[in-house]
Design a protein around this ligand. Sequence first.
Ligand code: SF4
Length: 78
Amino acid sequence: MVRIEVDHGLCVGNAMCVATAPGVFAHNENRQSTVVDAAGDPEALVLEAAANCPVSAIRVVEAETGRTLFPPEPGAGS
Ligand code: SF4
């Protein structure tokens, strides 16, 4: 299970994440991405959406451990 945060100070609403993981992300009334269901798509798709966000507004954290899955932590390898 992951925890997903979208920084609305950064999100420019281009909907890349909504296109990549439509079960997880949806636009709110301000055309910014919000998380509607953190488990709505496979984790790999969530990470792909985060990686493809042009302004790096999406942060993905492993809920059990608090470990940051995206963005990659410095020194964490690949
Ligand atoms: S891809 Fe990034 S900028 Fe685009 S809607 Fe999603 S969070 Fe916002």
